[in-house]
Design a binder for this molecule. Structure first.
Ligand code: ADP
Length: 875
């Protein structure tokens, strides 16, 4: 804007003002006006008893707005009527005292843009003296501060909003905190309402809000308005007609009329007359999850700065909602998981309890049967009862482990600690395992020097810790040895004395990635080579829990192919921390536990050794041969006794063993378990199918893998049949028989058709063909060798029938020979004739036919004969 106040002053009718014409102005006034006009600082001044108004270009530009040029020469009280109450007293004081005033960022509602506007000014009023030296006016040097003050205020709100919502955890908390923070700035936010979308699709992460989709919005929180204010309805029906607030997918400016009731003024001189309804969504294109209704400061324009402030505030709220929704979702998932886990624990507890009763009732009678001196069992029955007892006990052991584990998980396990000479106790446990370890070809070293003081442990739990680790070491070690060490870690760990148990092995080791998961319930390393497939993945989880119950911890160090060391460290305090005894909860005592572990380990070792001796049959017998594959010795014995009455049975203890045995001598049938160490049933099946000599051998798979669609998996993999455990002896025998029979007829069928094929090919080479005709029906069949000579297909011969076939294939002059020969044949005379066969595009073939007629009950039934080509084509 070009400077023209000076020019505009010329247009003012000064004579009509209290100051009179300019020519009559005192020198002091002229000089002061001149100084003001030439200054680039924003200034205005008032002169004379009635305070006539002057200003310069800067003031006109920055402050005066639409009051210019009207204001020039008016009374200051008229020009600034709307703020005279604020500035009048200041001017009076300057005039009266001659002392300048100073105000910083004073809020003044100026009427310069067509509405009262919130503005801020820093200014000083200084006295102006006339030619006599008396105070005759005042000069104001002013700097408008509006942008700075409002900008800083909004920035502060945005900063506080970000800080307050940074750590909010739920969507509702985000709304409440945001509401609070916005409410602290009642200049820019005279009131605010947060509405949350409550219909199902309107969850923070839900679907897009479609027009007319319905649903409701619930008032989440409000500031500046009471909850029961008519402008703050608790609920808004999104599909309702003319709702108070238009909650839609886009922003709307609402004129606040009587429907909204009397609205509070906030920190402003008057209540807002407009509000902004803003949809909240976490990202463009995402669903609207709520709305912010914002009363607008009617003393500020809704300009770019105001909009930027509102948009940034909304963005802040949205970001906080987004992360709160993510946290809520995460928490929901964690809760669901925890519930699932608890349900699993409950389920195991229940099922274990349920299993224990029938098991006890199976084991009791079985034991009685074996120990009944009055009625001793015959040898064969005794062996069977022993097997039942052994396996029942194994099942009971598994159930007890599950129960132990569930009890710990449910927080119901109690340590019954006793002061124990832990070194000796541990050494004894290890010694129990010595013979089984040596019979597996491994060495055992025990290093457990006496500890300085007894340690309190729950002995049964300690037994489980030591034996779980020992039996794992045995299970996964094939060469070398196992070492058990117990030592005192005086003060080395957490400043208090601890003892550490270490079980080392030179076994298969564990991949680093797996090590972190070993102590998780049910975790097993897939494909690990082991002595047995038995196991549930609970052992180490149990060890960890038991160690924890003793205030200790477990750790592992392992290198694949080198070996593993498991260490359990427990405090060596002599205190009896928790001696609570829960007698009803004791399932096994330490010796029973130890016996169970030992029995199990013996079985693994003997399983492998006894397998090869199972085959006791004479290989020269002509009975069918079954190769039986199972890693469980009892199962092998059971199946062996079942099958050996009918078949020659050879047993193998895993897939690899079976493959070697099958290659040495091909069986007629393979009956294999699925889950086995080293090479499982599926691996074996694949290897057999890939072996030229063994690919036809029928394979029956036996598995406990129910429910996982194991049957179809097995059949798809090429098993001939699939039997689920548990099975009855009769069922298994029937399946084996059926499979063998089917295979035999398949092989015989294959042999017959091979023989026919061979004959046919021979006929073609010798150019001989056979034919036969049923006299009554005329049905004709012709061998392929003859078809070749006739130049016809079997189908054509059938279609045409005998006579038409003769007409088509035999030289017209010779056809009668055929018919005459047949008549002769029916009369019982010999049939021997030679005819020429013709084929389009080929030379004639001379064909010698010898035939005979088959009679039954004096009737000619079938004529059959053979034909031989006696000339070659082309000769
Ligand atoms: P389970 O032996 O019943 O499978 P555990 O919890 O005792 O269950 O062991 C979990 C898994 O940890 C085992 O399946 C095996 O893969 C691995 N593991 C445990 N001990 C050893 C060991 N000494 N050497 C190698 N792998 C081991």
């Amino acid at each position: 804007m070009t400077s023209n106040v000076r020019a505009d002053m010329d247009d003012v009718d000064w004579a009509a003002t209290p100051l009179g014409p300019r020519s009559a102005w005192p020198q002091s006034l002229r000089t002061t006006v001149e100084i003001m006009l030439t200054s680039r600082f924003s200034m205005w001044m008032a002169w004379g008893p009635q305070l006539t108004f002057f200003c310069n270009d800067a003031y006109r530009r920055d402050t005066l707005g639409e009051k210019y040029p009207w204001a020039l020469g008016r009374l200051a009280s008229e020009v600034w009527a709307e703020i005279w109450a604020d500035i009048g007293p200041r001017i009076d004081s300057v005039l009266a005292t001659g002392v300048a005033t100073w105000d910083e960022a004073l809020l003044l509602f100026l009427h310069r843009s067509g509405y009262p506007e919130e503005t801020y000014h820093t200014f000083s009023y200084s006295p102006l003296a006339d030619d006599e030296g008396t105070v005759a006016g005042m000069l104001c040097v002013v700097m408008e501060d509006t942008e700075r003050v409002i900008g800083a205020r909004r920035m502060q709100t945005l900063r506080d909003l970000a800080a307050a919502t940074a750590s909010t955890l739920t969507v509702n908390e985000v709304f409440a905190e945001s509401c609070d923070e916005l409410g602290r700035n009642r200049m820019d936010v005279p009131f605010a309402l947060f509405y949350a979308r409550t219909d199902a699709a309107g969850a923070a992460t839900g679907g897009e809000l479609k027009p007319g989709a319905g649903g409701t919005a619930e008032l989440a929180c409000a500031v500046g308005l009471d909850d029961d204010h008519p402008a703050a309805p608790q609920q808004i029906d999104l599909a309702g007609e003319a709702p108070l607030w238009p909650l839609t997918a886009s922003e709307v400016v609402v004129d606040l009329d009587v429907r909204f009731g009397e609205l509070p003024r906030g920190d402003l001189p008057a209540a807002p007359d407009k509000a902004l309804v803003l949809p909240l969504r976490t990202a463009p294109g995402r669903a609207t999850h709520g709305w912010l209704v914002l009363g607008l400061n009617r003393f500020r324009p809704l300009d770019e700065a105001y909009r930027t402030f509102i948009n940034l505030a909304v963005a802040e709220v949205n970001a906080a909602v987004d992360s709160a929704a993510a946290i809520e979702e995460e928490r929901r998932r964690a809760t669901a998981l925890a519930e699932l886990d608890a349900a699993k624990t409950r389920f195991f507890t229940n099922i274990s309890h349920e299993l224990r009763t029938p098991l006890t009732l199976i084991l009791g009678p079985a034991a009685d049967m074996l120990h009944d001196g009055a009625a001793p069992l015959p040898e064969r029955q005794r062996r069977r009862a022993e097997m039942a007892l052994r396996n029942g006990e194994r099942l009971l052991g598994l159930v007890n482990t599950l129960l132990d584990f569930s009890r710990i998980q449910a927080g119901r396990a109690r340590c019954r600690r006793q002061s124990t000479d832990l070194a000796r106790y541990t050494a004894e446990l290890a010694a129990m395992f010595e013979s089984v370890i040596t019979s597996a070809g491994l060495s055992l070293t025990v290093d457990a020097p006496p500890l300085t003081s007894p340690v309190t442990v729950d002995r049964e739990m300690w037994t489980k810790i030591v034996l779980n680790l020992l039996s794992n070491a045995l299970k996964f070690t094939f060469d070398g040895g196992i070492a058990v060490e117990l030592c005192q870690l005086d003060g080395e760990f957490e400043g208090s004395p601890h003892v550490e148990l270490r079980v080392r092995d030179t076994g298969i080791g564990i991949e680093p990635a797996e090590q972190a998961h070993l102590f998780e319930r049910f975790h097993r390393v897939a494909g690990a080579r082991s002595r047995t497939f038995e196991g549930t993945g609970i052992g180490l989880a149990l060890v960890a829990e038991l160690a924890e119950l003793h205030g200790g911890a477990v750790s592992v160090e392992s290198a694949p192919g080198v070996g593993s060391t498991f260490a359990v460290r427990i405090p060596a305090t002599g205190e009896l921390t928790d001696t609570h005894d829960d007698p009803g909860e004791s399932d096994e005592d330490a010796p029973a536990t130890a016996a169970r572990f030992l029995e199990q380990a013996q079985r693994w070792v003997s399983d492998a050794r006894t397998a090869s001796n199972d085959a006791g049959q004479d290989p020269s017998t002509s009975r069918e041969r079954v190769l039986l594959v199972d890693d469980n010795a009892d199962m092998r014995t059971f199946l062996l006794s079942l099958l050996s009455d009918h078949y020659d049975v050879e047993a193998a203890f895993d897939g690899l063993d079976a493959l070697t045995k099958a290659r040495a001598r091909a069986p007629d049938l393979v009956l294999t378990d699925v889950m086995m160490p080293n090479l499982d049933g599926f691996g074996l099946l694949k290897a057999l199918r890939a072996d030229e000599a063994l690919r036809e051998v029928p394979v029956i798979m036996v598995s406990a893998r129910a429910g996982e669609d194991g049957v179809s998996a097995g059949l798809e993999a090429g098993a001939t049949d699939y039997v689920l455990k548990p099975f009855s002896a009769r069922e298994l025998l029937a399946r084996v028989r059926a499979t063998l029979d089917l295979d035999r007829s398949r092989r015989e069928g294959a042999r017959t058709s091979a023989a026919i094929d061979l004959l046919d090919r021979g006929q073609q080479v010798a150019r001989i063909g056979f034919w036969s005709i049923e006299v009554e029906s005329g049905a004709t069949s012709v061998s392929s060798g003859l078809l070749d000579m006739l130049g016809m297909t079997a189908h054509q011969v059938t279609e045409l029938g005998f006579e038409a076939s003769i007409r088509a294939a035999v030289h017209p002059e010779d056809q009668h020979l055929v018919l005459e020969a047949i008549e002769a044949g029916i009369r019982g005379e010999p049939m021997l004739y030679t005819v020429r066969l013709v084929q389009a595009g080929k030379d004639e073939v001379l064909c010698k036919v010898l035939a005979e007629v088959e009679f039954s009950a004096g009737q000619a039934r079938v004529i059959h004969g053979f034909a031989q080509a006696v000339t070659r084509e082309g000769t």
